[in-house]
Design a protein around this ligand. Structure first.
Ligand code: SF4
Length: 216
């Protein structure tokens, strides 16, 4: 894959999937604390599920200080539907406590600081930086981004950190903030995990997976 082809794919997907601020299939949030906590909760579940948790969770615990002082059983009850609720409750309470104790109650704005919080890896940190602060130091690699990157030919790796490095090498910095969103939209609509619908795909002439199946 050349940077030129990657950029053309970006342009095609960007025209196909305009951003909608209130897209119910993406995490809804009002501040950096909310998107941080909801992104931690979104592991192994859907954004739709965490959007349903958002209101009861932040009505009861609106700030890092409030959640830092929560009882784990109470939090587990609220976030139960997100799955893995023991470890997720433990992580979001511990992350809130770290924000209070180490960052004066304010969600940090750097990758280095964010990944020190319990339950926060590069993917979550990239999402928080991008959505809450408009800072793009990398590209969040989730299950859709990984699958599509491999199929399309952006990366040969299965390792999210290597995929992120390949993506940031291929795409110009000014579009990094859109890549996660566009690949998720395309992954949900057309290039699904079960069966990619290549005959309906607007980028098939540039896609390694499709081309490999139509080689002369
Ligand atoms: S051509 Fe097929 S494999 Fe490639 S991105 Fe489109 S749907 Fe996915």
């Amino acid at each position: 894959m050349t940077p030129e082809s990657a950029l053309e794919i970006y342009r095609l997907l960007n025209a196909e999937y305009p951003r909608k601020d209130l897209d119910a299939d993406f995490i809804q949030f009002e501040n950096p604390f909310q998107i941080l906590i909801l992104t931690i909760l979104s592991a192994q579940t859907t954004d739709r599920t965490v959007n349903q948790i958002r209101r009861p969770l932040f009505l009861r615990y609106p700030t890092p200080a409030a959640l830092a002082g929560a009882r784990q059983e109470d939090v587990e009850e609220i976030i139960h539907s997100a799955g893995f609720y023991h470890s997720k409750a433990r992580n979001i309470i511990a992350a809130s406590r770290a924000i209070v104790e180490e960052f004066k109650g304010v969600v940090p704005r750097t990758m280095e600081e964010l990944v020190t919080l319990p339950g926060v890896g590069r993917k979550t940190a990239n999402i928080v930086l991008n959505h809450a602060f408009g800072i793009n130091t990398g590209i969040a690699v989730d299950t859709h981004v990984r699958r599509l990157s491999q199929r399309i030919g952006f990366s040969d790796s299965d390792n999210p950190e290597v995929i992120e490095r390949d993506l940031t090498t291929l795409f110009p910095h000014e579009v990094w903030g859109d890549i996660n969103y566009l690949l998720i939209r395309h992954g949900r609509a057309i290039c699904t995990a079960k069966k990619p619908q290549c005959e309906r795909c607007i980028i098939r002439r540039l896609c390694r997976y499709h081309l490999s199946r139509h080689a002369a």
